[in-house]
Write a protein that binds this ligand. Structure first.
Ligand code: IVH
Length: 668
């Protein structure tokens, strides 16, 4: 290849790869298969490695992350990054309209643009001649921190602007956020790994953005919504058009944006929006009402150098409540971690009565200085479990008691272990009844063996009655004996035994996850099952061989090897195999759904999501959450969501549960 050909090939690869990323992450309509994409990406990486001048600022190879930085340099914003005034009810919105009408009488007639207020971290992106050159946090509004390498790893932030009409030097502003599903998974993985969980999606988005190692930022799965441009003067006449422009340049803008002619329309629209909050993939804490006509913005100006007059955030009813912290309880996790939780005087938060809330770990209790007897603020963030924000110090009487970290396990009395460099306090006794209960409840739970009718309460009852003390016991339960238990009639006892029987065919990966081995989450279990193919192979695998798997490190490998090194665990596995559980990968590969991708919308008549996942995966297919051109079929249940519309638009086949069952060769 001549140098000229090479330069052209690199430029072509950059364009093709960035286009593919845009199709995938912004438009949800992938055009390249994963292997095709990987091949092109590697070709570009190779070219750049040999000829470093080809690694331009807009090269998608920056997206994998850069060498860790030593510190984050300061960045001074050309135009200050403002915040927003709040309105907590309609009256405050009306007062706002009156105020602005005094300065710009034409404002109320100009119409308003409504946008969801995304609860994330504000960032500013500088594009010079269309190329992303600087990313920065908001900081105090005047000076923030430079996080260029980090923002480049966020896949829906374009490295080069598309379309036309952007200012030569443009600053795009918007919100980096944590998709709720990603946030939940991150916290689950952290719990499994014995790490401290994140308090809420907003803080963790901000924290993930400010990492010195951009590979960490990348691994977190952040996303971006754009909402403004500086300078905007030659870009658009209205905020509504401006958002259209941002989309045409390659950005995502938050869904549900609407233009309304009057404030009355805005009020009713906000009411509608508040009802759909639960369906959003991100956390929104209000609606931003913006004067639509941009020419009025300059006229209205800024209050106190901080808040523009042309916009106001109508906040949704706060989901924070104040109640008494009656006690701090300890729950012993299945791997022995002592998890503190708050026992609260019951209170309604966001429409749900809350009497327990997580306190994460001992460090959090100390950092928040929460004391027993305190009045505390409690919140439910999105779909996340209730949590204690902190004490209301003014309400203290002096009678509150500081919490003492237990020296002995509250369930079995064994001395607690604690490593200085870890957050967790651990009960090391494998026979601790607290650990046994949690591990059996985990084993039967819907994410694991999915045994219907064997929820936490039932497991607890069976453990206390001496029926079960390890997973194999579950498979020896007899309907005749169960009938005697309180709350279990003949019919439900039979149903329970049938559900237990059915769970025997769960795939190897599910069983491996269900065992509750420290650090082995559902994803890791799949990787291990795939590599070794049978429980026998896994049991015999030395840690070095396990850690060779991509995505599995030494910590996990050692935990797995340690688990199987114990004779009682090996005999449990033998018993389970003997009882007829599936302990090989057989039948999972090349099944009837090999290489097929399904998506579900709405509620299916009989299958839960976990069961549908297991069914599809067992037949060799995959279940994903977004409809794209790659989707084989959308399975439609009752009250389908917007995925159905998208499927029609993309020409994706739609089927019902019965058809899915037929294809997967299973029964509900
Ligand atoms: S407009 C000019 N629009 O809310 C003032 N801000 O409380 C702010 N935010 O710092 C920009 N969604 O980070 C605007 N649709 C939206 C927004 C939004 C979230 C954030 C933004 C700002 C904060 C103010």
């Amino acid at each position: 290849m001549t140098p000229r050909d090479r330069d052209r090939r690199a430029a072509e690869l950059r364009t093709v790869i960035e286009h593919a990323i845009h199709q995938y992450y912004v438009l949800h309509a992938p055009e390249l298969s994963d292997p095709e994409y990987d091949r092109l990406f590697r070709e570009l990486q190779d070219l750049e490695a040999k000829h470093p001048h080809l690694r331009t600022a807009d090269s998608p190879t920056h997206r994998v992350g850069a060498e860790p930085a030593v510190s984050l340099p300061k960045h001074r914003h050309g135009v200050p990054m403002l915040s927003l005034a709040n309105a907590f009810d309609s009256a405050e919105l009306e007062a706002w309209e009156k105020r602005i009408a005094r300065i710009a009488p034409e404002a109320p007639e100009a119409g308003y643009n409504l946008e969801l207020k995304i609860d994330g971290a504000a960032v500013s992106l500088t594009y010079e001649s269309g190329v992303l050159t600087v990313g920065a946090t908001r900081g105090n509004g005047t000076v923030g921190e430079e996080i260029t390498a980090n923002v480049r790893t966020i896949p829906d932030i374009p490295l080069r602007l598309q379309g036309k009409g952007w200012p030569q030097e443009a600053e795009i502003r918007g919100e980096v956020y944590f998709p709720l599903e990603t946030f939940r998974k991150l916290n689950e993985a952290r719990t499994e790994a014995g790490e401290a969980t994140f308090a809420n999606p907003r803080n963790s988005a901000a924290g993930s953005l400010r990492q010195l190692d951009s590979k960490v930022t990348r691994s977190r799965g952040l996303r971006f919504y754009a909402f403004s441009v500086e300078p905007y003067e030659n870009v658009a006449e209205t905020q509504h058009q401006l958002l259209d422009k941002l989309q045409s340049w390659g950005f995502r803008v938050a869904p549900h944006r609407t233009r309304v002619p009057t404030l009355d329309d805005a009020k009713s629209q906000i009411e509608q929006l508040e009802k759909t909050l639960g369906e959003l993939e991100f956390e929104a804490d209000g609606v931003v009402v913006k004067v639509d006509l941009l020419s009025i913005h300059a006229e209205l100006g800024v209050v106190g150098g901080r808040e523009p007059r042309w916009a106001i955030a109508r906040k949704f009813a706060p989901e924070v409540a104040v109640t008494r912290l009656l006690n701090i309880g300890i729950n012993v996790g299945r791997t022995g971690t002592l998890n503190p939780y708050a026992e609260l005087e019951p209170i309604e938060v966001g429409g749900v009565t809350v009497s327990n809330a997580t306190l994460h770990n001992m460090d959090v209790i100390a950092a928040k200085d929460v004391r027993i007897g305190d009045w505390v603020e409690v919140t439910r963030a999105g779909e996340v479990i209730p949590q204690v924000l902190g004490p209301v110090r003014e309400k203290r009487t002096g009678k509150e008691k500081t919490f003492q970290i237990p020296t002995h396990c509250p369930v079995c009395g064994t001395p607690v272990q604690h490593e200085d460099d870890e957050v967790a306090y651990i009960c090391p006794n494998e026979k601790c009844p607290g650990r046994i209960l949690e591990s059996l409840a985990h084993f039967a739970s819907s994410g694991a063996m999915d045994i219907r009718g064997l929820g936490y309460q039932r497991v607890s009852q069976l453990v206390n009655a001496g029926f079960i003390s390890n997973p194999a016991d579950i498979y020896e339960l007899k309907a005749g004996e169960l009938e005697e238990l309180e709350g279990l009639g003949k019919k439900s006892a039979e149903q329970l035994v049938a559900a237990v029987e059915e769970s025997k065919s769960q795939p190897l990966a599910t069983l491996l996850f269900a065992l509750g081995i420290r650090h082995v989450g559902a994803e890791v279990a799949k990787l291990i099952a795939k590599k070794f193919g049978s429980m026998d192979e896994i049991t015999a695998a030395p840690p070095e061989e396990i850690s060779e798997i991509e995505g599995v490190g030494d910590t996990i490998a050692e935990a797995v090897a340690a688990y199987f090194a114990r004779s009682q665990n090996r005999s449990l596995i033998r018993n389970l195999a003997h009882l007829g559980l599936c302990t090989t990968e057989e039948g999972t590969e090349g099944g009837t759904l090999a290489d097929e991708v399904y998506v579900i919308t709405g509620t299916l008549p009989s299958l839960s999501r976990a069961r549908a996942t297991a069914l599809i995966e067992r037949a060799g297919g995959r279940l994903t959450s977004n409809v794209s051109k790659k989707t084989t079929a959308l399975v439609v249940g009752s009250e389908p969501g917007r995925k159905l519309e998208l499927a029609h638009k993309l020409g994706v086949e739609t089927i019902d549960e019965a058809e899915l069952l037929r294809r997967a060769g299973g029964n509900a």
